[in-house]
Design a protein. Structure first.
Lengths: 168, 158
């Protein structure tokens, strides 16, 4: 009885921690590596961002911004496929739902989500392996429809932003 | 009479030295049970009574009753209480751990990239745009593939 309860307790604790720790550790591992561009926006910073008076943003995007609680970006153009494969092995992708997988012109794109309910996601993880390796993670309580609508509205702008992000 | 006294003295000496046999002790008791023996008679008479009374007490039964039926179940009950207490403690701990990771941002170790919220906003917009671009690319691929399949459907005779 005691052993069983102990096992349940340990399994629950490890299960909760393992995936969060895996992502956190992976980012932290390359944080000081000069070959990587690392971005981290904390929940505290997002609470400040949500208070900003943003004029050039539609309501849907503003709502989406309020739902986001954390952002991490990790990019490198050195040996990108090595890091892409390493990331795919590091994270237990079975814990995520695959939203989209694209393989085109030597680039692999994986968009993985972790749902908290039918309409909301608690994490969106984007992994890109091609000319560069990109790992992007949004945390929060995000309405999946808002991301979808945002994507539709950013069809042209998105490409421009993509170039900007790549240059940095 | 003198020989009896001599025998009694002899047995008494052996008795106090602790070297008498059971047979000799019985003999000593029978020789010393008379009233003329005074304190010695009362002593041996007393021993006789104690030994008679002790026969009536079921010492083994009492031990069994004490140890077998009373104390052991108490220990078992205590163990169960401890087991339940430990189980409750574990569940409460599990709840707090779960609650903590539900409400707390776990990525404490990382350093904040931006000090200005405006810059953080700009970066977030770029990140969202990047995700949107990748999603749209996936959609375009899907639509193109569906179109190809539709073309194939038209070619293949039904």
């Amino acid at each position: 009885m005691k052993k069983l309860l102990l096992l349940i307790f340990m399994a629950a604790s490890f299960g909760l921690n393992a995936q969060i720790d895996a992502i956190s550790k992976y980012f932290d591992k390359y944080m000081d590596d000069q070959d990587f561009t690392v971005v981290y926006v904390s929940p505290k910073m997002f609470s400040l961002v949500s208070k900003l008076d943003i004029e050039d943003m539609d309501e849907e995007a503003k709502m989406l911004l309020k739902e986001i609680k954390g952002l991490r970006i990790l990019t490198t153009d050195k040996d990108p496929m090595k890091y892409y494969n390493e990331a795919m092995k590091t994270f237990d992708v079975s814990e995520y739902e695959s939203l989209m997988t694209v393989r085109d012109e030597g680039e692999n794109v994986n968009i993985l989500i972790k749902s908290s309910s039918e309409d909301t996601i608690e994490e969106l993880l984007l992994l890109v392996g091609g000319d560069e390796f990109v790992m992007l993670s949004f945390l929060g309580n995000i309405d999946i429809d808002r991301i979808s609508k945002l994507a539709e509205g950013m069809d042209v702008k998105g490409a421009q932003h993509l170039e900007k992000l790549n240059k940095e | 009479m003198e020989s009896l006294d001599k025998r009694k003295k002899e047995l008494l000496q052996k008795y106090w030295e602790g070297t008498t046999t059971l047979e000799e002790e019985r003999e000593l008791r029978s020789l010393s049970s008379g009233k003329e023996d005074g304190a010695l008679g009362a002593y041996f008479g007393g021993i006789e009574n104690i030994s008679e009374r002790s026969v009536d007490i079921d010492v083994e039964g009492l031990i069994n009753k004490e140890s077998g039926q009373s104390r052991r179940p108490m220990i078992i009950r205590m163990n169960r209480v401890l087991a339940y207490a430990a189980a409750v403690l574990l569940l409460v701990s599990a709840f707090f751990v779960f609650d903590r990771y539900q409400n707390e941002e776990p990525q404490i170790a990382s350093e904040e990239t931006f000090e200005d919220p405006e810059l953080a906003l700009e970066q977030t917009r770029e990140a969202l745009a990047f995700v949107a671009a990748k999603m749209n690319r996936g959609r375009t691929e899907t639509v193109e593939n569906v179109k190809k399949i539709e073309v194939l459907n038209d070619i293949i005779p039904k």
